[in-house]
Design a protein around this ligand. Structure first.
Ligand SMILES: *Cc1c(COP(=O)(O)O)cnc(C)c1O
Length: 388
């Protein structure tokens, strides 16, 4: 194991402060390290492996497509891309999909759509995008500008201009910005993930949607982390009773393969025309086949199961010793503990459970299909780590 760690440290750019563990293989919600230790995976690669590691049905869909054709340029049609787009639209009521390779790129597409829509409708000076303080929208220079956390910005100035941030939950502050800036769109998470697993207030989200509709400003919901069943609805906005103009997603969609998507509502379905945007890998047939396998199985039964498991985790943890509060929605859960989150995560890891952090919280994003007995085994270990 040490040989892999030193090879990685020598040659991989030092952007990740990794734990000293080499993951070798896994099945479902359990992974094994090189040295044979078993871990319950409560992070799913940051909400990516929606049906766990090496899920049989997903693996079949992916390998079957791999043996047909792994990639063609977007000069030609392929079946998985077309079928996935149709399924996404059918399940959301959206009208068109642009495929990208990551969450940041899906957001880049949304921002381009908002700017082009506003330029054509109101004039090119209507270019500003509002996002929320404490948000996270990606690592490209433009999505960093969108991200409402100053510490991500410091070393990379100048960022893309045309972004302003407003405090989450304060509709008056947003009204003020809308009346003093030329706004193209609002980009927000319904549950801030990297910002500490904080679900937005229902009335606030509704008021934002009403304001956006009234002013003809695009409402763009970043569902990169919250999407694809994570919050107990197919997309988190469905918990809030709103109809966004654009929805972006990625992480869980491909079940472990890189794919992002911007879903476009009727209002903006024709904004992007030939040559306006593109991506070499966008809609790649293997990634699309994997995503189709995931999305087609996120049905009402599975979502009910996510909600049930969520209630179980909230119930088990909320009064547990050492736990100050539990936040989030569905299987996107943040735990505020008396100790630093990193210490709890380390203790969990020693005891065979992989957890994440988000700001000062311990963050859980287990696979949507994690078996109940595996989930309860993990919860007991987490409870113990919070208490010690
Ligand atoms: C992870 C994340 C992103 C960035 O996704 P990448 O695939 O890493 O580019 C954007 N928005 C939100 C809400 C995320 O959680």
């Amino acid at each position: 194991m040490q040989d892999i760690i030193s090879l990685d440290r020598s040659y991989v750019a030092g952007t990740y402060n990794r734990f000293p563990v080499v993951i070798d293989h896994g099945k479902g919600s359990v992974v094994w390290s090189r040295d044979g230790k078993r871990y319950i995976d409560m992070g799913s690669g940051i909400g990516v492996t929606a049906f766990g590691i090496a899920d049989d049905e997903w693996q079949r869909a992916v390998t079957e497509q791999l043996s047909r054709v792994q990639h063609m340029s977007n000069l030609y049609y392929t079946e998985p891309c077309a079928r996935l787009a149709a399924l996404l639209c059918e399940r959301t009521g959206m009208k068109k999909v642009f495929f990208a390779n990551s969450g940041a790129e899906a957001n880049e597409c949304a921002i381009k759509v908002a700017r082009k829509y506003a330029a054509e409708k109101k004039g090119a000076e209507y270019s500003t995008i509002v996002t929320l303080e404490n948000s996270f929208h990606g690592r490209t220079l433009t999505t960093l500008a969108a991200t409402g956390q100053a510490h991500y910005h410091e070393l990379f100035q100048p960022l893309t201009p045309g972004f302003v941030h407003t405090p989450a939950g304060n509709i008056e502050a947003l009204r003020e910005i809308v009346s003093t800036h030329k706004i193209a769109g609002i980009l927000m998470e319904c549950v801030q993930g990297e910002g500490g697993v904080i679900a937005m207030d229902r009335d606030y989200v509704k008021a934002v949607a009403e304001l956006a509709a009234k002013e003809d400003i695009l409402l763009m919901i970043d569902e990169v982390q919250t999407g694809n069943g994570r919050t107990g609805e197919l997309y988190a906005y469905m918990n809030y009773g709103i109809s966004p103009d654009v929805v972006t997603t990625a992480k869980g969609l491909g079940g472990g393969l890189p794919i992002g998507a911007a879903l476009l509502s009727e209002k903006v379905e024709c904004v992007l025309g030939f040559g306006d945007h593109g991506s070499t890998y966008g809609g790649n047939p293997v990634c699309s086949a994997g995503a189709y396998s995931i999305l087609s199985r996120i049905d009402e039964n599975l979502l009910a199961d996510v909600r049930k498991k969520s209630a179980y985790v909230f119930e088990s943890l909320k009064d547990a010793e050492g736990v100050e509060s539990v936040s989030g929605l569905g299987l996107m859960i943040g735990i505020k503990t008396g100790k630093p989150a990193a210490e709890v995560v380390k203790k969990c890891m020693e005891n065979g459970v992989l957890c994440l952090t988000a700001k000062d919280k311990v963050r859980l994003l287990p696979a949507l299909n994690i078996p109940m007995e595996v989930l309860s085994e993990a919860v007991e270990i987490i409870k113990k780590a919070c208490k010690e």
